[in-house]
Write a protein that binds this ligand. Structure first.
Ligand code: SF4
Ligand code: SF4
Length: 201
């Protein structure tokens, strides 16, 4: 589990998918290998400030004593998260902590299923959430990414057509907006996904 529900500074958060299909095969690996963009110290500071997301996270998750200890539990996810952070140029070793849930059972089941936090219910949130390899949501994430990319590509195609048909950018056939307004609306749609490469879709 990579929790970014309370992670970003100025960045816009990707929207949470409204309904998730039941694809979990209950291996429990996401519950044994969580991390966040913040250091453990920062999370504790946020808890002291009463920040709900941080409080909810530390209510269920406790830190592994070291990255090696986390790697023993779920090596494939620990290595994958490190690769993603490196690729996004966000890896700060001193700030990186992995967590395991207090409530996951030996068999990988949730011991507080009915009362589990909202971020557990929303996991993996969107097509780019970092999930353990072989997670039941891999196919779902693929189709989410395809849908999101297709939406942006369609808008970019429309922009291209409008640029061709309306060089002054004002009198756009069939659209009740100027070219600048269309560009702004494309930028809005892309914004949550820029971190995942939306500008090149
Ligand atoms: S890693 Fe995927 S399949 Fe395994 S428990 Fe988590 S959501 Fe379910
Ligand atoms: S509360 Fe349940 S679903 Fe959430 S991380 Fe813990 S075991 Fe997993």
């Amino acid at each position: 589990m990579f929790n970014d529900t309370f992670s970003q500074g100025q960045e816009q958060k990707p929207p949470v998918s409204e309904s998730l299909p039941d694809l979990c095969h209950k291996c429990g690996r996401c519950c044994k290998s969580a991390t966040t963009f913040h250091s453990y110290k920062e999370l504790q500071r946020r808890v002291e400030l009463g920040e709900e997301g941080a409080m909810e996270f530390l209510r269920v998750f406790q830190p592994f004593p070291s990255i090696e200890a986390a790697r023993k539990a779920v090596p494939e996810q620990v290595d994958q998260v490190i690769r993603v952070l490196e690729r996004e140029d966000r890896l700060v070793w001193d700030d990186l902590t992995f967590y395991h849930c207090r409530y996951v059972t030996e068999e990988g089941l949730c011991g507080i299923y009915e009362e589990r936090p909202s971020f557990c219910k929303q996991f993996p949130v969107h097509g780019w959430g970092v999930i353990p390899p072989g997670c039941g949501f891999e196919g779902w994430q693929y189709s989410q990414r395809e849908t999101q990319q297709a939406q942006v590509r369609k808008l970019k195609e429309l922009q291209f057509q409008m640029e061709m048909l309306s060089p002054d950018g004002i009198h756009m056939p069939t659209r009740n907006m100027t070219l600048d307004e269309l560009r702004a609306s494309i930028a809005d749609v892309m914004e949550p996904w820029v971190r995942f490469g939306a500008e090149n879709w």
